[in-house]
Design a protein around this ligand. Structure first.
Ligand SMILES: Cc1ncc(COP(=O)(O)O)c(C=O)c1O
Length: 382
């Protein structure tokens, strides 16, 4: 992506900006998959919880999937459709509270299923119970941090543990095993589950193939996914659900920042009003290099800068980028693809102010939906 729609030159920064036209384009892709594959698609709110965008998303998607009580409540109150919840572990208070918001409860272990399955059935008989399974089939390529199938993984029950007694207690098999994977891997996962969980698939009514399907990426051939789901549904009498997060907002929002200082150095250093550590933590955690409007690799254009954040952490560096013209104080820098796993993971470390949350509407107008201040920093620490 080398252009962005118009943003007011005097806009307050830093700001996360959701580009509604591009989010709608992503949702159209999801809707096409839903209709032609005959599956449901949920938004994984762990990736993107910006509920001011939920009304648009609810036009296309079947609901949300939560990582615990707060996300379940958010989905229930602001999305208004199905709410599924999976947590690596619940305690009893959380399960009781989640049941008020969520009609699909997924457990991670046999111990959790044994302890809380009867409570779910007794408290909310209409709720479906799911069990996460671990396919032991590594497909994630970007980082072992995001591969649920590593030998040390704490996620899911193995195929041999699915005894008839266990299968009698569950309605849904949950298989989250991907992260930014292309269609060949989605299909490989679906095929692997068909071959390795065949008996279980004769007993459950639903299969949730998790997130990590990079359906909106230009390299993702959705025909391959659609065929895999259709074949799977033809073989097993089950309803299929997907729960992507990142893909639904991929390429559909920005983090807009400004240059605050420039330090002579070789290469020169620019300090921004944003920070990798606080506002784009996955840049350091994954790690990855965020795309930046009108920039090149180090040395590619005439003027190269190390872009540093506003915190005390030496490693709080976004990356080294080059530009056609020298940077000046107050210049605006627009990082792309900043909706997923950004505002849901940000912090006020060092008291760095949180970015505005803004919406670029489909008619081209820009509005700030949330501005944070000192109280937001203060209220998190005492
Ligand atoms: C259980 C589960 N479902 C869905 C997702 C969403 O994944 P993604 O944002 O990669 O599509 C995740 C991400 O970690 C997850 O753990």
């Amino acid at each position: 992506m080398s252009t962005i729609p118009y943003l007011p030159p005097d806009m307050h920064t830093p700001a996360y900006v959701a580009d509604m036209a591009r989010i709608r384009e992503n949702l159209e892709i999801a809707a096409d998959i839903k209709v032609r594959a005959g599956c449901k698609i949920l938004l994984a709110t762990k990736a993107f919880s910006m509920f001011s965008v939920f009304p648009l998303m609810a036009e296309y998607l079947d609901g949300t999937t939560a990582s615990g009580l707060y996300e379940a409540r958010l989905g229930h109150e602001h999305f208004g459709k199905e709410v599924h919840t999976y947590s690596p572990a619940y305690d009893e208070d959380e399960i009781r509270a989640v049941l008020a918001y969520s009609g699909h409860i997924y457990f991670n272990s046999l111990g959790q299923l044994r302890r809380f399955g009867p409570l779910v059935r007794a408290t909310r008989p209409d709720a479906l119970i799911g069990l996460r399974v671990n396919p032991q089939f590594s497909l994630v390529k970007n980082s072992a941090l995001y591969d649920p199938s590593t030998p040390e993984s704490r996620f899911g029950v193995h195929a041999h543990e699915l005894s008839p007694d266990v299968l009698a207690q569950i309605d849904v098999l949950h298989v989250h095993n991907l992260c930014e994977n292309m269609a060949g891997d989605s299909a490989a996962l679906i095929g692997h589950v068909a071959e390795n969980f065949t008996e279980a698939l004769g007993k459950v009514r639903h299969v949730n193939f998790g997130g990590g399907h990079y359906i909106t990426h230009s390299g993702y051939d959705r025909e391959v996914l659609i065929k895999a789901i259709r074949d799977f549904r033809a073989r097993f009498d089950v309803e299929v659900t997907l729960e992507p997060g990142g893909a639904l907002v991929y390429g559909a929002g920005y983090l807009v920042s400004r240059v605050v200082d420039i330090i002579p150095h070789d290469p020169a250093i620019a300090i921004l009003d944003t920070s990798a550590s606080t506002h784009m933590p996955d840049v350091l955690e994954v790690p990855y290099r965020p795309p930046l409007l009108n920039s090149g690799e180090a040395g590619e254009k005439a003027h190269t800068y190390i872009l540093g954040g506003k915190t005390c952490m030496t490693g709080d560096v976004i990356g080294t980028y080059s530009f056609d013209a020298p940077l000046k104080i107050r210049d605006r820098l627009v990082f792309f693809d900043m909706m997923q796993y950004s505002m849901v993971k940000n912090t006020t470390f060092n008291g760095v102010p949180l970015p505005d949350i803004g919406i670029l509407e489909e008619d081209g107008s820009y509005r700030v939906v949330k501005r944070f201040g000192y109280e937001d920093f203060k209220n998190r620490v005492s």
